[in-house]
Every structure is written in C-alpha cells, then in structure tokens.
Design a protein around this ligand. Structure first.
Ligand code: CO
Length: 144
C-alpha cells in the first residue's frame, strides 16, 4: 500500500534557528521559510538526494503541533509521511484492519496541496504516520 517516503517532519521551537543549524553544522540544503497559517505551522524543507525533512515551528494559537512542543521543548520527530496512489482506498483498507484515522476519517488537503490523512500513533509503535496521495502522473525521483 505505502509507496516512497515523502518527508519526515520534525517539530522545532524556532524554525529559523533550526534551519541555520542544519545549514551550518550539517551542510544541508534548506529552503526559504514558508508560513502556512491554515495549517498552523511555519516550515522549511531540508532536501537530501533521496528525500526531504520538514522542520516545523508552531504558528498561531491553534497550531496542531503546539501540544507536541509543550511536551518536547527542544523539538522532536513528529511524523513520517508515505505516499499512496489512492488515499480513499488506503483509508478504507486501514480502517477495516482496525487502524484509527485521525479526525473524521476522511482525507483533507495537506500542507503541500495534496490529500492527506494521519494514522493514530498508538496503532503504529508510537509514530504518527501521514499518508499523502501523490498524483500518479507527477514526476517522481526513481527509488534507489
Ligand atoms: Co507532513
């Protein structure tokens, strides 16, 4: 069902400071910051040859990652995102198998403009999993 890893998301208290650290200490290629008010985050992407890491700082009062950062003051790994071809089919299959889809169980448009849903971390070894439907016609790097 799951395809390639689309991104790994890390919650950070200060995305500007985190971006600078990843650039200067790790030598990473980091995008310019983007604020996504409707998703309650300010993000940068760290691109590696075989994938990307998203550093996310809470934005606004109702940020969905505020609680996570309150419990993890220095930040931490928040979720891992896998690509799927058909998110509704994936959702139905997972729910039939007993996995809990967060929210009302239907996909929503995520931070990258594609349909996404999240699976309950208690069903997957304490890891929040995001599934993102990526159009089959989109350009994808070849897996190595
Ligand atoms: Co994500």
């Amino acid at each position: 069902m799951i395809g390639r890893i689309n991104h790994i998301a890390i919650a950070v208290p200060d995305v500007t400071a985190a971006a600078r650290q990843w650039e200067t200490m790790l030598g990473a290629t980091v995008s310019a910051p983007q604020t996504l008010p409707e998703h309650g985050v300010r993000i940068v992407f760290v691109t590696a040859p075989n994938g990307k890491v998203e550093l996310m700082e809470p934005f606004g009062e109702a940020s969905p990652i505020a609680g996570f950062l309150a419990r993890n003051e220095n930040g931490g790994m928040h979720h891992i995102c896998y690509e799927v071809d058909d998110i509704e089919s994936a959702s139905q299959t997972l729910q039939a198998a007993g996995a809990r889809v967060l929210g009302d169980g239907t996909a929503k448009i995520g931070a990258h403009g594609n349909p996404v849903l999240f699976l309950h971390p208690k069903d997957f070894n304490g890891t929040l999993i995001e599934l993102e439907q990526v159009a089959a016609t989109s350009e994808r790097p070849q897996a190595e």
